[in-house]
Design a protein. Structure first.
Length: 718
């Protein structure tokens, strides 16, 4: 099976063929853009899953000029895979199902009992596998999330056709499972949601609101439910962290607590960061793009320097990169590299390898054997920095000069790893290993296409590697046992926990905007399927939400944003409003809490992180009357003493500035005699004086100011 990098290489060749043959018009300019490439890859994967025949016209749903050109790329993509004898993930799935049906391996020819869990997405390959199990096993059990209730038809619209197929065409016998079979009954609030949420009979539950803010009808028992509102950002993170800490303080096993988010975004990352700041065991199974990995970023930066004509800004960033320890310069310390970066900046050279090296050589010419003083000392320091920078930049120039010659892909990739070794990058780094595999997979596709010896210029190679890196991700963590798991709703599909928290329930999360307005042109996976695509997407979103409700055994907590970072009121998720409308408002009030960040400073339950504890202690000490006990307790701890010393210094500065009648050292008044003498030497009567008008010309253009008022050069008349 092809890797993601190899699949991308095949897709790139298919796009290039389509462009060369002149069949692309609408998408010609964007077909190589990373965003459109990801979208096109998703479309091709969907067509492959439904086993569309490339020799036939595109499906009716995709009959448009844009989809026609995407179909043209799809046909060439499939032809390339056939020619090189390779399969992507979707085509491998179809092949495996055909092999399982026609010529199964010996150990897959007979079964006793087979259980199929929630076949809610049934493409042709999955139906073939199911037929194989039915023919070669004693019994087959299939589970489906479904409630046979006409009032819930909209909620289970995506599952109903599959259930009908099992019952009517495959003659399965249905057994309905309810909470009556459970050993421990679930709380009334959770049962009420599962029973009444998303019903179409709105007459059973009314939400009548008047001036007295009272509701006369609704469910009366929200047992097992909790609603937490907090400001977007830190407020959401504090609410989730307090929930997790309180559970663990009650003796709940961390494995019995589950934190879910609709999708992984900046707010979800902030929740994870807050949990870690509170010292809670809460890892998450994450993937990160290769572009975000420091080692890959450093390598890409070095690779791009010859392409950008030795841009000085890029060289400075490379020298200041914490990952870089140049072997050719004796692995200098970060301070040495920072000094070299400063020397490059002081040359005032913007780009050009020769210009930069010449400027460093000129700046390094000084008598470094004697100890200077005064003005000579500054020149001495600049010369020292330039000399040190020259020992780094010159061998770097030699190393990068070797990259500029055109070579086949594999040879260019070899140069990359030689460069990585010379820069002192850790080749055992997971991200660099992932990049190495991606480059090798790309070359294998080129070799099978008989393009392995095609010459790539260095700019072409760097551009292709950049595009490749932007599409690759790498797993950065795994979730062990004995922790509070943080996951997306899709990652936790099938998990159950005693206590579940669903966070980030802002507008547009549940239901997602994509489910409300799906792409009308996209092919669909499930077969058989007679539902309208928009209704089907919305029904799947309902099913996702109900799965979250069903995953909680004892408590389910909803956390939603109340205001944005500017204090503007935010709307909660639509499904959350549907949940709250099920219950009488009077019964929900004890189970609803709104956190306000302005008052949370003094709330001990929200001061779980060391920084938050210090803020609370200082705030209490500044009140009238002051309460200093907490501050004294923290000041005795080495963990807090350094930060509190800094806060004390800041308070001292503020006090002196606000109570002294004369300007002092905190306003910039210099009292040290040695400093005053140095200033007199540097800026005494012997120094040229400039008028305000001349200084304005300095702000306008430093070069003209230097030529006219320092060198006193006059323009040539003609």
């Amino acid at each position: 099976m092809l890797s993601d990098a190899a699949t991308r290489a095949v897709l790139g060749e298919a796009s290039s063929q389509a462009k060369r043959e002149g069949v692309l018009d609408v998408v010609r300019q964007v077909v190589d853009a990373p965003g459109f490439r990801r979208r096109l890859q998703g479309r091709i994967a969907a067509w492959t899953r439904i086993e569309s025949d490339p020799a036939k016209p595109p499906p009716d749903l995709a009959a448009s000029p844009l989809a026609g050109e995407e179909w043209a790329v799809f046909t060439r993509y499939r032809a390339i895979l056939t020619r090189i004898g390779a399969m992507d993930h979707e085509s491998l799935t179809a092949w495996a199902s055909l092999t399982l049906r026609d010529d199964p391996p010996p150990d897959l020819r007979r079964f006793d009992y087979v259980t199929v869990l929630d076949p809610t997405h049934m493409a042709r390959s999955r139906w073939r596998a199911l037929e194989h199990f039915e023919e070669r096993s004693f019994a087959v059990l299939a589970t489906l999330p479904f409630v046979d209730d006409p009032d819930l038809s909209a909620a289970y619209a995506s599952v109903a056709p599959i259930r009908d197929h099992f019952l009517n065409k495959r003659k399965y016998t249905e057994t309905a499972y309810t909470d009556d079979f459970a050993e421990t009954p679930r709380p009334a609030g959770l049962q009420g949601i599962e029973r009444d949420l998303f019903r179409s009979d709105d007459d059973d539950v009314e939400d009548v609101e008047d001036d007295t803010d009272s509701v006369t009808q609704g469910l009366d028992d929200p047992e097992g439910l909790q609603f937490l509102g907090a400001p977007e950002g830190d407020g959401i993170g504090l609410a989730v962290a307090r929930w997790a800490r309180d559970l663990l303080a009650k003796g709940v096993d961390p494995d019995d607590a589950l934190v879910l988010v609709p999708r992984w975004d900046d707010q979800a990352a902030l929740i994870l960061e807050t949990l870690h700041a509170w010292g809670l065991p809460a890892p998450a199974e994450l993937t990160t793009p290769l572009t975000a990995e420091p080692s890959v970023s450093a390598l890409r930066l070095a690779m791009s320097i010859p392409v950008e004509d030795w841009d000085a800004g890029r060289i400075i960033r490379l020298l200041r990169n914490s990952q870089v320890r140049p072997v050719f310069a004796g692995k200098p310390s970060p301070l040495d590299l920072a000094a070299a970066a400063t020397a490059v900046q002081e040359t005032r050279v913007f780009r050009g390898r020769t210009l930069l090296l010449d400027a460093l050589r000129r700046a390094s010419v000084a008598d470094l054997g004697r100890t200077p003083s005064g003005d000579d000392r500054r020149k001495f320091l600049r010369a020292s920095r330039a000399f040190a920078a020259l020992k780094v930049v010159e061998p770097l120039a030699d190393a990068l000069r070797e990259l500029e010659q055109a070579a086949p892909w594999r040879d260019q990739a070899t140069k990359v790893w030689i460069l990585a070794d010379r820069l002192g990058l850790d080749r055992d780094d997971l991200a660099l290993q992932h990049l190495s595999h991606a480059l090798d997979d790309h070359w294998l596709i080129l070799d099978r296409l008989r393009q392995g010896e095609t010459l790539w210029t260095w700019p072409e190679f760097v551009a292709e590697v950049d595009a490749l890196v932007k599409t690759c991700t790498v797993a950065i963590s795994e979730v062990p046992s004995g922790v509070v798991r943080v996951a997306t709703v899709d990652q936790a599909d099938g998990l159950r926990a005693r206590h579940v928290l669903l966070a980030n329930l802002g507008e547009g999360t549940f239901p997602s905007r994509d489910s409300v307005q799906p792409d009308p042109r996209g092919p669909d996976d499930p077969e058989p399927d007679s539902a309208d695509r928009s209704d089907l997407a919305f029904a799947r979103e309902i099913l996702r939400f109900l799965r979250v409700v069903g995953s909680a055994d004892e408590t389910l907590t909803f956390v939603y944003p109340t205001t944005d970072l500017k204090g503007q009121t935010l709307l909660a998720a639509g499904f959350l409003d549907d949940v709250r409308r099920l219950f009488n408002k009077e019964t929900l009030r004890p189970r609803t809490e709104t956190i306000k960040l302005l008052g949370s400073v003094l709330d001990a339950s929200l001061a779980g992180a060391p920084a938050e504890a210090r803020v609370r202690a200082v705030t209490l000490a500044c009140q009238s009357p002051p309460r200093v006990e907490e501050l004294q307790r923290l000041a005795r701890s080495p963990r807090h003493r350094f930060a509190l010393d800094g806060a004390a210094s800041a308070f001292l500065v503020a006090h002196e500035r606000s109570h002294m009648r004369e300007f002092g050292r905190y306003e910039g008044v210099l009292n040290d005699e040695a400093i005053l003498q140095q200033i007199r030497r540097d800026f005494g009567p012997g120094r040229p004086a400039f008028s305000p008008t001349q200084l304005e010309s300095l702000a306008l253009c430093p070069f003209q100011f230097y030529l006219r008022h320092v060198l006193h050069l006059r323009p040539i008349e003609e």
